[in-house]
Design a binder for this molecule. Structure first.
Ligand code: 3NM
Length: 220
């Protein structure tokens, strides 16, 4: 067990339910408030995703997020390996056009590396290259990421899940109405950005997703 209570890095997302990704452009109360509320509600993984701030601002904010996560949640930084290293985050989440996984691995040692994939083929390759988990999406159409493309549908989750051993995190257009199908189709965890950070009550929404995920996993 490490200090965050996870027995092994490879099993960490199997033990995790709701995954928070920050979005300062959409957030109603601000990124720090969103992280605080989500972590207080039991969210155990936070991805700091920031596209509009300077490196200095990102390092300061990521340090503060790390303090909030403390021993309660894992902190990953989207895309910016330099920022992740600067604050000694637990790892990164990268996309297909970011730093290649093999090089990221050299830079990050045994920190966590998550990779965004769109289909089974990319998922199998991600695992082969040494990613610790994959972010599969967009499951549904989403306005949050302009270049995400069309939703692939929840049935694709099962296809990907059956092809890899690493945890599958579903993302894209997920909300309270459609989230059950995500877990029923085999996702280990899910991200719902706008459904959470655009809400008046991030705590309540986080608790809703955590509870739904745990209930659905139990009845699978
Ligand atoms: N990545 P929402 S979709 C950040 O498909 C991101 O890789 C995606 O936001 C992918 O939950 C997405 O508001 C945005 O739809 C998800």
């Amino acid at each position: 067990m490490n200090q965050k209570g996870f027995s092994r890095k490879s099993s960490l997302l199997k033990e995790i339910d709701f995954y928070l990704v920050t979005d300062s452009g959409l957030s109603k109360k601000g990124t720090l408030s969103d992280v605080r509320e989500a972590v207080e509600s039991g969210c155990r993984i936070v991805q700091y995703r920031e596209k509009d701030k300077s490196t200095k601002e990102m390092v300061e904010e990521a340090s503060e997020i790390k303090r909030i996560c403390s021993t309660r949640a894992i902190l990953l930084v989207n895309d910016r390996i330099d920022v992740a290293l600067a604050v000694d985050a637990d790892g990164v989440h990268i996309g297909q056009d970011d730093m290649p996984v093999e090089i990221a691995r050299k830079l990050l040692g045994d920190k966590i590396i998550g990779l965004s994939v769109n289909d089974r083929e990319e998922a199998v390759l991600a695992e082969k290259l040494g990613a610790d988990y994959i972010g599969l999406g967009p499951i549904f159409d989403t306005a949050t990421k302009k270049d995400a493309g069309d939703g692939i549908g929840p049935l694709k989750i099962r296809e990907v899940k059956d092809a890899v051993k690493i945890p599958v995190v579903a993302i894209g257009g997920i909300n309270k109405e459609n989230c059950e199908s995500i877990i029923q189709n085999g996702a280990d965890s899910l991200v719902a950005i706008s459904a959470v950070v655009c809400s008046d009550d991030v705590k309540r929404e986080t608790e809703y997703f955590i509870d739904m995920i745990r209930r659905t996993k139990k009845h699978k």
